[in-house]
Design a binder for this molecule. Structure first.
Ligand code: KIV
Ligand code: ZN
Length: 389
């Protein structure tokens, strides 16, 4: 892979699902995993198999049914967790075991009650065990951003020696700031031997609203994998938002000179799908996928836009999958227009569900002049729950 290419590691199904109110059924997880494959993410973190039998089943089903992305599962540093991940992901052509242990003083003293050396020993043992089962092993020192730099470098060196192929640096509590994270990544690159042999990754939470900025700082300092979630869902204030990160790299290619493999025209449909599945609504002013992201109301802006779109628009709506002619549908709209809008809203319906949805659409359109996206989503969710229940 060329050095300018950033791998996108999607953890919507693991870290995203851990957010209160965001749990998904097996069927929903499978639907979303297919959408993530279509979006062309490089790695799907499908879950935490040791968390529950349901999580194990979901990771296994995703690994068995998806071709393309690497399928990954999360494990604590113990043999049971690691073996469960392996059993769940091994059906995928490409699979990964992701092991983690906390390294910061706060976690060492208050959570793990373990000394520094003991933590290194635990990590090394787990990585070696995972490598016996799988060639692709990721290691994360949890709460890395609050870990002493010299000790973090020691942990990362030991992880590489033990066989980790990706080392991920999490800002677990969303505490760091871009300039500080830049220093951290440059320090690791300077002080860790053989670091160029592995993929350096970044994983940011959004507690201070800086997850995307911190991830971009890490990328500018040499990280080549970014862990993120659709719509930025995740614990507390969430994770780095995939669509924001990807569009920042693309739109500011002049600055970053980097690329991702994402099909950006699938961003909007995938975002709608996650919002519909989790019920976590997208704020109107959310960057990239919010309803207002491409709306121009001020007269001076509208005038500029009429002369040339680039006066006030740095991205084109069609680049993220918002159709140019976002026509309001009504009772005269045909099946073709309806089908296109359904797909644009992130739904994948079989022929039976599509027929049912179209009939319901026609019934409602008879009573209502204009049919908005919200009306169509409500119809599909009804049809979907009727056919699954
Ligand atoms: O936030 C975090 O530290 C994590 C790790 C398990 C990577 O989610
Ligand atoms: Zn996390």
């Amino acid at each position: 892979m060329n050095d300018q290419r950033i791998k996108i590691f999607d953890t919507t199904l693991r870290d995203g699902e851990q957010a209160p109110g965001c749990s998904m059924t097996l069927r929903e997880k499978l639907r979303l995993s297919k959408a993530l494959s279509d979006l062309r993410v490089d790695i799907i973190e499908a879950g935490f198999p040791a968390a529950s039998p349901g999580d194990f089943e979901a990771v296994k089903a995703i690994a068995d049914e998806n071709r393309g992305p690497t399928i990954c599962g999360l494990a604590r540093c113990n043999p049971e967790d690691i073996e469960k991940v392996h059993a769940a992901v091994k059906g995928a052509d490409n699979h990964r075991i992701h092991v983690f242990v906390a390294t910061s003083a706060i976690h060492r003293e208050h959570k793990l009650k373990m000394a520094k050396e003991e933590i290194i020993k635990t990590a090394v043992g787990a990585i070696r065990h995972a490598r016996e089962l799988c060639d692709d092993v990721e290691f994360s020192p949890e709460d890395a951003s609050r870990t002493e730099l010299a000790y973090l470098a020691e942990v990362v060196s030991a992880a590489i020696e033990a066989g980790a192929t990706t080392v991920n640096i999490p800002d677990t509590v969303g505490y760091t700031v871009p300039a500080e994270f830049d220093k951290l990544f440059r320090y690791l690159k300077k002080h860790v031997a053989r670091i160029e042999e592995i993929t350096l990754s970044v994983h940011c939470h959004n507690d201070l609203g800086m997850a995307v900025a911190n991830s971009l700082a890490a990328v500018a300092a040499g990280a080549r994998q970014v862990e993120c979630t659709i719509n930025g869902i995740g614990e507390r204030a969430g994770n780095c938002s995939l669509e924001e990160l990807v569009m920042a790299v693309r739109t500011r290619g002049d600055f970053f000179d980097l690329e991702t493999g994402i099909d950006t025209t699938r961003l909007y449909p995938t975002s709608r799908m996650v919002a519909n599945i989790t019920g976590m609504q997208i704020p109107r002013n959310k960057a990239i996928v919010g309803e207002n992201a491409f709306a121009h109301e001020a007269g001076i802006h509208q005038h500029g836009m009429m002369q040339h779109a680039s006066t006030y628009e740095i991205m084109r709506p069609e680049d993220i999958g918002i159709s140019k002619s976002n026509l309001v549908l009504g009772k005269h709209s045909g099946r073709h227009a309806f089908r296109e809008r359904v797909s644009n809203l992130g739904f994948m319906l079989d022929e039976f569900e599509m027929n049912r949805a179209f009939q319901e659409f026609k019934k409602l359109a008879d009573k209502k002049k204009d049919m908005y996206d919200g009306d169509i989503e409500a119809i599909i969710l009804n049809v979907d729950s009727a056919s699954s229940g």
